[in-house]
Ligand binder design. Structure first.
Ligand code: GUN
Ligand code: FE
Length: 418
């Protein structure tokens, strides 16, 4: 069945190239992209057209780092740096997800909120609880959110109520991977919480599992100075933080590393060489006073940087806000260093919020023929009609000024979900 969306179509073709298609048709066959046309081709004349008028049709968003069980306390606990914040807020909240019924209620609301915000792809941390992790995967899939979810591994440096023995962590990871086969749109990703939470034995186990089953990995890297010092004490044989993950085979092209705020040239070169994907989380870096990531430098060096909300170190689920926050953070870094090369462009922000995550998941960039549609329709027509405003400028304005109230439609895997 042929269908088409009509409107102003914008795609992130590369970190520097915005594909702009004014007043065009995005044609689909059974939910999969056929192509983008200024006029409906004759042989597609029978397509039923959903006309979004002067609205903007964007790729939907990929939030490549957030914590499902932390969603409920977003916007609270704003007064501590990372390690104290984990002890005071994150760990006690995550404990509640030992109860599957509690998890079900909260994860259902989270999944709906993601779709309402136009986020159809995620890489998400659950808690260490296997059954609740499976519930999270189920609720996301039901709502139309695709991507990766990880059962968190943590067998040390955690309070007794939120800590596994190494054996438990290994066995539960295997049980979770087995049960995850039930899902098609949401896949498992190995998730050592961060180096300090895992013994070397557990990291070695996860590295072997990754190699045997060709699994992706997500974790945190060089977020905060106290954390980096702790890693130095716990792993004295590793010169830098990244070497802990690398030592155990957890640092390659299928790895997401959240933050990388304090990654120096050597650490960034290692990420680039291995193809590791840094995930920039500007809101969280601000809230937890972690620092300002050298994201422009990473992009210049050719790294595949993604964006993450890092809910609830971060204070918003909106990837529009997350893009704006990343642009603002880069400008703050630029003004602090008196260096305009620290600034990032709208092309880079939009790419990091969409195509970068898409490509981590094995898809091409932009709206690619043959792939099922992931799109969001943003209605900015209530804003002033400025003379001669370009679609690129309207995208910038949308990032700064619009939110979920302006999202008119969301498509995931070719199906309209909102
Ligand atoms: N490092 C280890 N755990 C966490 C977490 O839950 N949030 C953030 N921001 N950093 C972490
Ligand atoms: Fe995080």
């Amino acid at each position: 069945m042929l269908t088409a969306l009509k409107g102003n179509i914008l795609e992130a073709l590369s970190p520097d190239i915005l594909g702009v298609h004014p007043n065009s048709y995005l044609v689909l066959e059974n939910g999969a992209v056929v192509g983008i046309y200024p006029d409906l081709p004759e042989n597609m004349a029978e397509a039923s057209v959903e006309d979004y008028g002067d609205a903007l049709i964007l790729q939907s968003f990929a939030d490549m780092h957030l914590h499902g069980p932390q969603y409920e306390f977003m916007g609270t606990g704003m007064d501590k740096p990372l390690l104290q914040w984990l002890e005071s807020y994150a760990f006690p909240t995550e404990e509640r997800y030992a109860d599957p019924a509690y998890a079900r209620d909260h994860y259902r609301i989270l999944a709906e909120d993601l779709i309402r915000n136009g986020t159809t792809r995620v890489a998400m941390f659950s808690s260490l609880h296997t059954d609740s992790t499976l519930i999270l995967m189920e609720e996301l899939e039901k709502a139309g959110v695709t991507g990766y979810v990880g059962k968190v591994n943590m067998d040390r440096n955690a309070p007794p109520y939120l800590c596994e023995t190494t054996e438990e962590s290994e066995q539960e990871t295997l049980r979770w991977l087995e049960a995850s086969k039930a899902f098609t749109l949401v896949k498992p990703i190995l998730t050592p919480r961060f180096a300090p939470s895992c013994t070397e034995r557990l990291l070695a186990f996860l590295g072997r599992l990754k190699a045997e089953r060709d699994l992706p990995v997500q974790s945190h890297l060089s977020e905060n100075l106290g954390e980096i010092a702790l890693v130095g004490e716990l792993f004295p044989d590793c010169r830098q933080y990244w070497e802990v993950y690398d030592k155990y085979g957890l640092f390659d092209g299928r790895t997401l590393m959240a933050h990388c705020v304090h990654s120096d040239e050597r650490e960034r070169a290692a990420m680039k060489l291995r193809g590791v994907h840094p995930v920039h989380c500007a809101s969280s870096n601000n809230s937890l006073m972690s620092g300002i990531s050298p994201v422009a430098q990473m992009l210049r060096e050719g790294q595949s940087v993604c964006l993450g909300s890092d809910v609830s170190g971060g204070t918003t689920l909106s990837m529009l806000r997350t893009m704006a926050n990343s642009i603002c953070a880069a400008k703050d870094r630029g003004s602090m260093m008196q260096d305009t090369a620290q600034v990032i462009s709208i092309e880079q922000a939009y790419y990091m919020a969409t195509s970068a995550g898409q490509s981590f998941m094995g898809y091409k960039t932009g709206f690619t023929a043959g792939e099922r549609l992931h799109a969001v329709v943003l209605d900015d027509t209530g804003l002033p009609k400025l003379p001669n405003i370009t679609l690129r400028e309207r995208l910038i304005r949308a990032v700064y000024r619009l939110d979920d109230r302006h999202i008119r439609a969301v498509y995931s895997e070719g199906v309209r979900r909102l």
